[in-house]
Write a protein that binds this ligand. Sequence first.
Ligand code: HEC
Ligand code: HEC
Length: 180
Amino acid sequence: MVAGIKKVAGLLVLCVWATTASAVNIARVDVAPLETSKAYQQACASCHMLYAPSMLPVRSWKKIMSNLNNHFDDNAEVTAAVNDEVTAYLERNAAENDKRRYAKSMLGLLNDGETPSAISDTKYFKLMHDAVKPKMVLGNPDVRTFARCEVCHSQAQEGKFNSIEAKIPNYFRKAGRFVH
Ligand code: HEC
Ligand code: HEC
């Protein structure tokens, strides 16, 4: 009898654990590129993570790729051939060519002709990070910049984002807000 109860209790614990674990692992946002590119990897992964092409419109990628010698105060220039290949890849997989939710919502919130130079400059990004204040990023020695998505999103490099599992170093959640 006691053994039976223990067994049931054990099963219950296991069920609760499994549900919480899977809830955390389900990516609410998946921007993993449907096509990958070795050239993109080689040209763009040495200074920061490889951003998913569908997080920006074609015109933003064009702007970024034609100004690589002055890229956020850095020089990220590549040969003309590599530039052509990477630009073509980014355009093929840009937001306009991706039917998933992130791309649609991000595009929908852009003004006519607006050409964001960064993912973190888009209105959609800012809306999603409304709870993340500048002091938690710029003033946080373990973050410093929104460009390092992987610091707060453990699956960022796989293109998976989930606000529930997002963590800000040196802060914790209390009643839905981030506190020091
Ligand atoms: C020499 C280093 C370097 C290389 C190589 C490089 N970048 Fe960057 N990139 C940077 C820096 C620095 C930033 C600014 C990060 C920040 O805001 O703190 C940046 C930011 C970005 C951002 C904006 C991120 C945001 O905040 O939303 C995009 C998009 C981007 N890079 C695309 C590319 C692409 C495409 C390539 C390859 C052609 C590339 N980068 C190669 C240094 C580099
Ligand atoms: C300083 C930590 C931090 C950085 C850096 C950061 N994020 Fe976030 N992000 C968060 C937090 C926290 C949330 C959830 C906010 C909330 O709960 O209101 C979030 C939410 C999101 C969401 C919404 C997910 C969902 O479930 O709908 C996406 C998508 C996202 N971030 C993408 C990015 C991308 C792309 C980058 C890099 C260009 C980035 N984030 C950089 C902390 C960060």
